[in-house]
Every structure is written in C-alpha cells, then in structure tokens.
Design a protein around this ligand. Structure first.
Ligand code: PLP
Length: 400
C-alpha cells in the first residue's frame, strides 16, 4: 500500500527535488549577497552563482547564458514576451497584428486580449480535436502587419505537443517574431531554440522540480536581435529588461533543476511514458465510457486526460479523496464552466465536465499508479451506481 494521499498533479506543480533544495540552502544562510553588489565578495559570490544558473538554464534549451532573463515565473515571462515584443514592434513600425491559439494558457491569452483592447489586431487560431494548430493555419493568418506569433510547446491540460519547429521555421521565413510558452515542455521533451526557430521562450522552475516564484524568458540575441520594451523600470537588472533584485536562492535552484532535467530527461520520459500507459490501460480496461482527451501520441509523457461519461469531474474529484488530480486546469478550477481547452477541441460539454487530468512525475511510483487505477474504477462505479438512469452500468470493457 503506498503512502496516502498520492500526488498525480504534476502539471499544476512539482515537488522540489531534494538535490535542488540542497543546492539552494547555502544561499539563504551564509551566501546571502545581492548579485548586484559586485564591489564586495558576498555580491560577487552571488553573481557567480547566478551566472552558473543562467548557463544551466540556457544549456537545457540550446541558448546562450546572456539570452536568459530571470523573472518571477512564466506568467511574468509570457507578459514580458507578448507586451514587450508587441509594444516594441509597434514602435519600430513593424506591425501591430498578433497571432495565438485558442488552447493557450491564460498567461498568454489574457495579455493578448489586453493588447487587443489597446489597439493591436489579434487572431486567435482554432485548434483541432487534439488541441493542435497546423503550420498551414499559422501561414494563412500571417499578414505583412504581423508582429508576433505565440504558440505553446505543450498544453497544460491535455498535454498535446504543438508542431513548434514548423511554426518557427515559417515565422523565420516571413520575418515574424515567434514566442512559445514552453512551461510544460521544458525538461520533459527535447527543445532547442535554434532547431525550433524560437525567438522568445517562457519557462518556470516549479513545473520541473525547482522552486516556485522563479522563471525565465529566453530572448534571442542574434538572427534577429530581439528587442523588448521592459514592463518594470528600476535598477536596470537583467539587461534593463527586468528590474528587481535577483532572488539568488531560487535562481540557483532553478539552474540545478535544469541541470538534472538535462541529465535525466531521456530516461525519465521513458519511465513516465510506461507509467502513463499503465494508468491509461488500467482505467480504460476496467471501465466503459472513458475517452482520452488530447493527442494519442504527440503528448507529454507524464500527462493523461480522461473523460468519464455520465460523471461530473468535480464529484469524481471529491470521491478521490486520497488522489491529488485536477479537473480541467488547476488555475481555473474555481470556475464552474467546462474547460475552455476541451471546448476549443470540440469535446461535448458533458464529457468536458467529466474530465480529469492526471499528471505523473519524477516521484510517481508504479505502486501509486496501480493504487490510483483501482481507486478511480471504484469511485466511477460508485458514482454511476448512485445515478440509476445513467447508461454506464457497472460493466467491464475488456477491449479497452
Ligand atoms: N503557462 C502554462 C502553459 C502553464 O501551465 C502555467 C502554469 O500553470 C503558466 C504558464 C504560468 O506559470 P507560473 O505559475 O510560473 O506563473
């Protein structure tokens, strides 16, 4: 019996890896200098630690250290990317049209909509049944006024991977800046800013076994040299793009988290894929009326999103007391509307209401997965039994 409750919500956040915590601790105690205080040893020590972390983050995505701007997390990175690029492109008379997609995170959609209220034109591309946009759709949306395209690398609810490299290549050919919110993908699947034609990339430490409250924006320096209008004014930190004293312990932890992902990603993703398929098959073999949301193969190894016909996701969450999972996206779970991502994919409202996201991670064990399978089957059967007129009786679907 695994120890309860079981955490299967790694798309919402991850546990800080003990190796990351260990790397951070001295920077709260003996090594507490301000990285901007270069005139004394404490400051220089902090600055060197930040520089090392900058290199660790850069290496994971094929960038140079000086192209990494530290932020408070991906919400800030997305806002800096979209608003910073849009405002600058408009100043440079390079257009005022933005392109993004319907299944993006609110950290992208909301700044895009604010820019639209400020006078930018905005195209929100629809997604297909798997949550993907096609490069052809992006090509058709581009005009000679397009300043920026923003398409996420992997979706946070359904785990679908986007054809980022094709979109990036297209944007390069057309001379349009390309931003990707890669929060869910970095450290889970290989990502390279050169191969992907990426000009701006958002990432955050807490989705990759690092601490909460620190993230980064990759800003391309060559071919082209991307210029952004800063969102904060102050001490001129981070090449003037993000003023504010650097949170050295968090940054050190972020760097360590990136280093571990780089070393362990290949093996870890294989292990997670096996566990994810075990969970999927176990639930689908044990119940009827279960459908997979998101792409069957182009998806994050640790993500599984299932709809249970005849069940309300919130009721299922309440029944699964010892299982930490999400219905829809954690960031919007206060909202009773069905997930806008599933809606955009054309999932009918009743199935969207009955959806659960399972997020497996570095610390998930096979024993936990097996326990979760039994618990989900029991809870779904119990809820279906409570509602006698529903059509999904307590039957076993042996065909999966
Ligand atoms: N973008 C995506 C795809 C996410 O999943 C999240 C987190 O839920 C964010 C952005 C926001 O990241 P942060 O929590 O670092 O602000």
């Amino acid at each position: 019996m695994p120890s309860l409750p079981i955490y299967l919500d790694n798309n919402a956040t991850t546990r800080t890896d003990p190796r990351v915590l260990e790397a951070m601790l001295p920077f709260f105690t003996e090594r507490y200098g301000n990285a901007a205080s270069r005139h004394h040893a404490f400051g220089r020590d902090a600055e060197e630690a930040v520089q090392q972390a900058r290199e660790q983050v850069a290496q994971l995505i094929g960038a140079e250290a000086r192209e990494i701007i530290f932020t408070s997390g991906a919400t800030e990175s997305d806002n800096l990317a979209l608003k910073g690029a849009a405002w600058m492109q408009r100043q440079l008379k390079k257009g005022s049209h933005l392109v993004t997609a319907a299944a993006e995170h609110h950290a992208v959609l909301d700044p895009a909509k604010r820019l639209q209220r400020e006078g930018f034109q905005l195209t929100i591309l629809p997604v297909d049944q798997y949550g993907q946009v096609s490069p052809d759709q992006v090509a058709a949306a581009l005009t000679d006024q397009t300043a920026l395209v923003s398409i996420m690398a992997a979706n946070n609810e359904v785990g679908t991977l986007q054809p980022i490299a094709d979109v990036g290549r297209l944007c390069k050919e057309r001379g349009v800046l390309f931003h990707t919110d890669a929060v869910q993908a970095v450290g889970k699947v290989p990502l390279d800013v050169e191969a992907g034609g990426i000009d701006l990339l958002s990432l955050t430490a807490h989705k990759m076994y690092g601490p909460k409250g620190v993230g980064a924006l990759y800003v391309r320096r060559r071919n082209p040299h991307v210029r952004l209008e800063p969102r904060f004014d102050g001490g001129g930190h981070e090449r003037g793009l993000r003023a504010g004293t650097l949170p050295v312990p968090l940054i050190v932890g972020f760097g360590k988290a990136c280093e571990i992902c780089q070393q362990e990603m290949a093996e870890e993703s294989q292990r997670l894929l096996r566990l994810r398929e075990r969970l999927r098959a176990g639930i689908m073999d044990g119940l009827t009326g279960v459908s997979l949301n998101g792409h069957p193969t182009d998806r994050l190894p640790g993500n599984l999103n299932l709809s249970f016909a005849g069940i309300h996701g919130e009721a299922l969450l309440t029944s699964l007391k010892n299982l930490a999972v999400s219905s829809g996206s954690a960031c919007t779970s206060a909202n009773p509307e069905p997930s806008y991502v599933l809606r955009a994919m054309g999932v009918p409202d009743d199935l969207a209401h009955g959806s659960i996201r399972f997020g497996l991670g570095r610390f998930t064990t096979e024993e936990e997965v097996d326990w979760a399978i039994g618990e989900v089957i029991r809870a779904v059967n119990r809820l279906r039994d409570l509602n006698p007129e529903q059509e999904f009786a307590r039957t076993i679907n042996r065909t999966g």
